[in-house]
Design a protein around this ligand. Structure first.
Ligand code: PRP
Length: 192
């Protein structure tokens, strides 16, 4: 049991450090099993699964997840951002592309949270034209109550049915709170 001190700016812890660790371990075990025994590996050259971390929020999840996967993996980073200016809702901007090709590779997109689905939809379309061997998706949190475009998710740690704004474990509000080891809601007075 982890002894957690809760930041006073938090209203409620939704997922504790222990709960997250337990879900991440289960996801890692399932991914290991699927790519070693369930035929998910389609790479004609048998190369390791390539995890694609969507910056910046998913970095914390990726770091824990890879250490729960007990088959060879590689990872790469992509950085996308929503325009968020209200003029083009759902529009996504590529800030930094992958460093390496994914042609004929098994790709697992790693997200901290899937909300409207626009980011994942953009990534899937962009990756599909690069002709990978397979594309699957792993998110720690599936906030499906907010979905605007249908997206397929293969692995999810937690499903949120309430529309609450959450921070911690990589997720921010104004770039703060990413370092909290748990996921929580913010007290209203800290939301501007
Ligand atoms: C978050 C998250 C996803 C995206 C999901 O990133 O990491 O990439 O939002 O939202 P969507 O389903 O509505 O598209 P964010 O834009 O907060 O950037 P960050 O990862 O740098 O914090």
């Amino acid at each position: 049991m982890t002894n957690q001190t809760i930041d006073k700016r938090m209203e409620r812890v939704l997922y504790s450090q222990d709960e997250i660790a337990s879900r991440v371990a289960a996801l890692g075990a399932q991914i290991t099993h699927d790519y070693t025994h369930n035929g998910y590996s389609r790479d004609p050259q048998g190369r390791p699964l390539k995890l694609v971390c969507v910056l910046r929020g998913a970095m914390v999840f990726l770091a824990d997840l890879i250490r729960q996967i007990s088959t060879d993996v590689e990872y790469d980073f992509i950085y996308v951002s929503s325009y968020g200016n209200g003029t083009s809702p759902g529009a996504v901007r590529l800030v930094k592309d992958l460093d390496l090709p994914i042609y004929q590779r098994d790709v697992l997109i790693v997200e901290d949270i899937i909300d409207t689905g626009h980011t994942l939809d953009y990534l899937r379309r962009g990756f599909a034209v690069r002709d990978p061997a397979s594309i699957r998706v792993c998110t720690l949190v599936d906030k499906r109550v907010r979905r605007e475009v249908p997206v397929e998710i293969d692995y999810s740690g937690f499903v949120m049915d309430k529309n609450e704004f959450i921070v911690g474990y990589g997720m921010d509000y104004g770039e703060l709170y990413r370092n909290l080891p748990y996921i929580a809601t913010l007290k209203p007075e800290y939301i501007r």
